[in-house]
Design a protein around this ligand. Structure first.
Ligand code: DAH
Length: 338
């Protein structure tokens, strides 16, 4: 081997390493030149047979080639492994159709609660809250509903094993609010209620109410009627009428049931109002003095009105829903309409 041959070998080796198109090709160059049985180790071994005058120079060239080639090969290997990682990353197929994420919206019941609360807000009411799990005291006794009252029956109320119950109405929040604050009071309480009703088109074991309570000096039945009339017209439009029918609730005296004129048929008679032209939407009345006594208010100094509006009932007439169960089935095709 002559110096000249070595220089040619160097050029070829570096050229091949630079030209390698993939990892396997680089590896082939490595094996061919610097591998254990490659050309360079062989040349090193053959140096001793060379012309002693050329030997040092040849050794230098061979060594330099080995180092340079190794560095170049490592560089190229790194280059290929990086671009392989990139190819994996790029395996995403941009031509596939996109995944549609639909935008959620408020449930019609939540939406209606917001609307109702807004209207009462404009009359000066604030929102109060209470627990879904109640004691018989707040749900019944303090509301002048004694132990033998039929609504306390196991058939009507869900009792828990520890003696608590699932509140059957939002009225216990009246007690919780008043017992901690002096009058005047002006609150609305939207919330969930539970009763052991068999589910059908108009009944659900789980439903919602908005409770209202206004206590001050000289609050009258006329205030109750005026405020509920204002509420009805704000929610349903100026043509809606309300009417009071005498009723009984243990916690109000006198008590009434409140009807709205049928929004669906505008008083002509239809399936939703069962041709009666009126739809019952609330219980209400003047707060019973016994309730004031239970919370430490003086019934000779204050009077008040209270009401409990059925939210599902209002949703059904407002949106023309003829089956209450649709509100709880979470069928997106139904919910999307609101
Ligand atoms: N709590 C009653 C019910 O669920 C509704 C009701 C009636 C609430 C009269 C009141 C009221 O605040 O004064 O049937």
């Amino acid at each position: 081997m002559k110096i000249h041959d070595l220089i040619v070998l160097k050029e070829t080796a570096l050229h091949e390493a630079k030209d390698a198109k993939n990892d396997a090709a680089v590896e082939a160059v490595r094996v061919k030149y610097v591998g254990r049985r490659g050309l360079l180790p062989e040349i090193m071994k053959g140096l001793k047979n060379m012309d002693p005058g050329e030997r040092p120079k040849a050794g230098q060239i061979a060594n330099a080639l080995k180092t340079e080639l190794q560095i170049l090969i490592e560089d190229r290997q790194r280059e290929f492994s990086l671009s392989e990682a990139k190819t994996e990353d790029n395996s995403f197929d941009y031509t596939l159709p996109g995944e549609w994420r639909s935008i959620g919206s408020l449930h019609p019941i939540s939406k209606l609660i917001e609307q109702m609360v807004d209207i009462f807000h404009s009359l000066g009411f604030i929102v109060a809250d209470g627990p879904d799990i109640e004691t018989p005291f707040y749900n019944f006794d303090a509301l002048n509903t004694p132990a033998e009252h039929p609504s306390r029956d196991l058939h009507d109320t869900f009792y828990l094993e520890d003696g608590h119950l699932l509140r059957t109405h939002t009225s216990p929040v009246q007690i919780r609010y008043m017992e901690n604050r002096p009058p005047p009071v002006r609150i609305v309480v939207p919330g969930r209620c539970f009763r052991r009703d068999t589910t059908d088109a108009t009944h659900s074991a789980n439903f919602h109410q908005v409770e209202g309570l206004y206590v001050d000096r000289e609050v009258s039945m006329a205030d109750l009627k005026g405020d509920l009339n204002y509420f009805a017209q704000q929610l349903m439009g100026p043509k809606v009428k309300i009417r009071f029918r005498p009723h009984f609730f243990p916690f109000t005296e006198p008590s009434v049931e409140v009807d709205f004129s049928c929004h669906v048929c505008a008083g002509k008679g239809c399936r939703v109002c069962k041709n009666s032209r009126w739809i019952e939407i609330a219980g209400a009345g003047m707060v019973d003095p016994e309730v004031f006594k239970a919370v430490g208010y003086d019934p000779d100094k204050v009077t008040g009105y209270a009401f409990g509006l059925g939210i599902e009932r209002i949703a059904m007439i407002l949106y023309g829903i003829d089956d209450i169960r649709q509100l709880y089935e979470n069928d997106v095709r139904f919910l999307e309409q609101f």
